[in-house]
Design a protein around this ligand. Structure first.
Ligand code: HEM
Length: 169
């Protein structure tokens, strides 16, 4: 007879309680819409996963796929931290394109507004260079999660790049 395995779920660190609505898995409800003045519009699907191991950070992994071919496209992973006692939030992000980002912003109710605090990239990153990113997550009243991302590059001002709505799988 095998021994029972107890999965002691760690308690969420108190500094992250205001973000508990993000935790777990999400998947795009309908294909997300990608755009930017210098590229052809495109459609993609995406899965998000937010987890924690009890420390004062949420771990996340986002995987985007081509809506038709299902080929993997963009990926991001990292950590989310909150300044205890405030509504200040930081996303520490690594992107598969070779971009590293810190975004900071505020949590208002169930809406997160973030923008670039620091950026770094690999020496052989594809052009154009991203100069700024702004991002919004919002938990809608229908229980779905919405993400909008805008960016500025060295040859385009800040414009929307992504819009996608997720549901629980
Ligand atoms: C193009 C950045 C997320 C798909 C681009 C470009 C940049 C960029 C700088 C080139 C724009 C130009 O040529 O003027 C970013 C950043 C992201 C992000 C900073 C996250 C914050 C995504 C996601 C997808 C995606 C989630 C979903 C699949 C594409 C596609 C193109 C593109 C298809 C056009 C083709 C290409 O140049 O590779 N992105 N992107 N991006 N992005 Fe994103």
């Amino acid at each position: 007879m095998s021994c029972p395995v107890y999965h002691a779920a760690p308690e969420l660190n108190p500094s992250l309680l205001p973000l508990n609505w993000l935790l777990g898995a999400w998947e795009s409800d309908e294909p997300g819409e990608g755009s930017f003045p210098s590229i052809e519009p495109f459609r993609y699907t995406e899965t998000l996963h937010f987890s924690h191991v009890g420390g004062p950070m949420i771990n996340f992994m986002f995987n985007a796929f081509h809506a038709e071919s299902k080929k993997p496209m963009h990926q991001e992973c990292g950590f989310i931290r909150m300044q205890p006692g405030t509504n200040k939030v930081a996303f520490i992000i690594a992107q598969n394109s070779g971009l590293m980002e810190i975004e900071e912003g505020e949590l208002t109710g169930k809406q997160l507004n973030l923008k670039t605090h620091a950026l770094a990239r690999i020496s052989f990153a594809k052009k154009p260079q991203v100069k700024q990113i702004s991002r919004e997550f919002q938990l809608r009243s229908d229980g779905r999660l919405e993400q909008t991302v805008s960016m500025a590059t060295d040859n385009q001002p800040l414009k929307q790049h992504l819009h996608v709505i997720y549901r629980r799988p």
